[in-house]
Write a protein that binds this ligand. Structure first.
Ligand code: GDP
Ligand code: CA
Length: 332
């Protein structure tokens, strides 16, 4: 039998953890393509930093920091200390020494004319990751957040990283803008992977700033809608709350309830004008299964807290099983 073609739309940590489980259960007999959000990307100190691409690369390479949730394990921060001693701006962003090597190579290659796809492929070689990691686009796209400037009270747009890291998402967001998305093109391989997929997965990710920017690149949402493969998502909510991070602050800004059903309705049923064939909610949110099913989305409840041993593998199995059921029901 041909290998199972799996496509995963990815933010950072949630996707990286899920992918670990997917590889454990299907690593040898599937072909996994990860389409990464790049709208978190930012240029700092002359370095091109791609947080979501790196979270997946380090995660699948087995070298991510599990406690910090970003960057490398066994990291040191000597360069950062020196930058701070010079009072170099911005002072709110952290960069580890090992991590800086990645950004140096990336920036050097980009400046030499390689595309972000090519650079990503080159970086991934070292880690021998069991998946093909591609950026959503090779063009510059950035999430900016419209806020009231705390110093002047004027409305202004700031880079997502400044809002998230500097202000810890505490400035009320009026709006999220995916700057550059309207004129961006999907990176090579993105539409092809979606079109030839057997299953498409939305792992637990921030819907507003991780998945939405990917969907905002012209052509991607439509390719997902037209794909033969079932689309299965996993709720980023556990027991009515976000797991880590501040995704609830993002959802509030776009008037979406930070609940398993709120996010399912936001993505919408494939049978309507949305994306989801199936949706997995946490066992603590089991009471929402009926309501979500009534939207026309096949919904099941199971354990989804992936920091617990064995859960991400089991979750990946459940996703593939659900996808199988959707495919069978469609073929029947
Ligand atoms: P990033 O790492 O900040 O780029 O964020 P992601 O796009 O990866 O999204 C993280 C989202 O996934 C957050 O909204 C969390 O609520 C959710 N999340 C993180 N870990 C888990 C988990 O183990 N299980 C579930 N169900 N959701 C999770
Ligand atoms: Ca991210």
């Amino acid at each position: 039998m041909a290998e199972l073609q799996v496509v995963v739309l990815a933010g950072g940590v949630g996707a990286a953890r899920f992918l670990g489980g997917l590889v454990e259960t299907k690593g040898n007999d599937s072909d996994i393509t990860v389409i990464s959000n790049t709208a978190d990307d930012i240029r700092l100190f002359g370095l091109q930093v791609c947080p979501d691409l790196d979270s997946v690369m380090y995660g699948l390479g087995g070298v991510e920091s599990s406690d910090r949730g970003w960057g490398r394990e066994n990291e040191t921060f000597n360069t950062l200390e020196e930058l701070r001693a010079y009072k170099a701006e911005p002072e709110w962003f952290q960069l580890g020494d090992r991590d800086i090597a990645t950004h140096l190579i990336r920036t050097q290659m980009l400046d030499a004319g390689y595309s972000l796809s090519q650079v990503t492929q080159a970086l991934c070689k070292r880690w021998e990751i069991p998946a093909t990691l591609i950026p959503m686009t090779n063009e510059r796209v950035e999430t900016h957040v419209v806020v009231d400037d705390p110093e002047t009270d004027h409305v202004k747009a700031i880079h997502f990283q400044e809002w998230w890291v500097r202000y810890r998402a505490s400035l009320p967001a009026r709006e999220f803008l995916t700057i550059g998305a309207d004129v961006a093109k999907p990176a090579p391989g993105v539409l092809g992977a979606i079109g030839s997929a057997d299953v498409i997965i939305l792992p637990p990710s921030n819907p507003v700033v991780s998945i939405n920017p990917i969907l905002n690149v012209p052509g991607i949402r439509q390719a997902l809608r037209l794909a033969n493969a079932p689309i299965v998502g996993v709720s980023p909510i556990i027991g009515g709350e976000v797991v880590r991070g501040m995704a609830d602050k993002c959802l509030a800004a776009i008037n979406v309830a930070a609940t398993a059903s709120g996010i399912a309705a936001y993505y919408g049923p494939r049978s309507g004008d949305g994306l989801l064939d199936a949706w997995i909610v946490d066992e603590l949110d089991e009471t929402s299964v009926k309501e979500i099913s009534q939207l026309g989305i096949k919904t099941v409840a199971t354990k989804t807290l992936m920091s617990e041993p064995g859960v991400s593998k089991k979750l990946a199995e459940t996703v593939l099983e659900l996808a199988n059921q959707v495919t069978k029901a469609k073929d029947a």
